[in-house]
Design a protein around this ligand. Sequence first.
Ligand SMILES: [Zn+2]
Length: 119
Amino acid sequence: MAGDSCLVCGGDGRIANSFGGGEKVCPACRGNGRRVEEALLRDVTKTKPSHYTNAAKAAAPAKATWPTTAAGGALANEVKASSLSEEAKARIVREIIEYEGSHGHCTQTFTKKVRRQLR
Ligand SMILES: [Zn+2]
């Protein structure tokens, strides 16, 4: 593909010395004939997705303000709808998020324990 070729040397990796001293390695692509911007973009596309995934995973626990499971979310909604103080609600919702984080889901026992606090 012509679009991938180095713009300086046209893709052959070498440029003719204009003073007649023969050819030398193309300084733009360092001799591989690839368009430099194109190569950089490819590297970025290659490394970006995994980087973003790792960053999202690492940031998730700290940023979580609402349960991720359906049961946890329903339970948190019950907490929000209760007559507890905003401080208590926030504390219980945090408990749900933390419980989900360590157990992967809300168990019946935990759900019951939370509901008892709402009454
Ligand atoms: Zn070149």
